[in-house]
Ligand binder design. Sequence first.
Ligand SMILES: Nc1nc2ncc(COP(=O)(O)OP(=O)(O)O)nc2c(=O)[nH]1
Length: 263
Amino acid sequence: MSAAIPRIMGILNVTPDSFSDGGRHADPVAAGLALHEAGADMVDVGGESTRPGAAPVPLDEELRRTIPVVAALAKAGVPVSIDTMKAEVMRRAVEAGAVMLNDVSALQADAASRGVAAACSADVVLMHMPGNPQTMQQLAQYDDPVAEVLAHLSDRIAAAEAAGIARGRLIADPGIGFGKGAEHNLAILRQLEDFHALGVPLLLGASRKSVIPAIVGPTPAAERLPGSLALALRGAEAGVAWLRVHDVAATRQALRVWAAIRR
Ligand SMILES: Nc1nc2ncc(COP(=O)(O)OP(=O)(O)O)nc2c(=O)[nH]1
């Protein structure tokens, strides 16, 4: 029996300052179509960088960056997720055809976001992040990172269900690199199977992240594909349902080879 292969969420940051691909997409719609063509099962459109210390983006600017791209990709038949913490961006993105809400704050940053998520049928990614992108790295203290991240995600799942979002629509994500030091990220990656205890599909977003240079030494983000593929295969081995990656074609090839040779 061939091993289950995670689905691929291709990253489309329509931002000038994203940590690894900021400002790289002169034509974001073409870039999104190319991600889908390369094998992305979902294209994750983000209009606000969430890297540590990133400046918040005003609502109207985030809408301007994302909604036309979501609409064009959805119209072209590409499954789209919206990577945002703002309820109004979620609402407008679903209206434009987005089928997944990807909120790094797990529907906490904007009190209205749970209502918007409950009022639609989109799947919802709940990610672990202590605080916000401006404060999270100061909050990177854990006695037991896996247990504490699990507890947080369990609370967020319960809150989402209490808001009327069916459990079947929820996806949990440990938030690699969000308010976590290298040792915390490594502990989570080593114990990734433990997150199945949450009872919802898992998403791993480790592509090009700083856990790679933490292991191999200083490496520019653009040179982290080998490490990113190793992290993707770790996710596949742990049975995650989704991998959020920059390099779709390479990841897809790695996953297909891995699946073919797994016992
Ligand atoms: N669910 C989920 N969403 C995410 N969104 C952004 C980033 C940060 O990576 P990237 O989008 O490449 O950079 P930036 O936030 O600077 O745009 N990571 C995740 C993640 O790990 N999981």
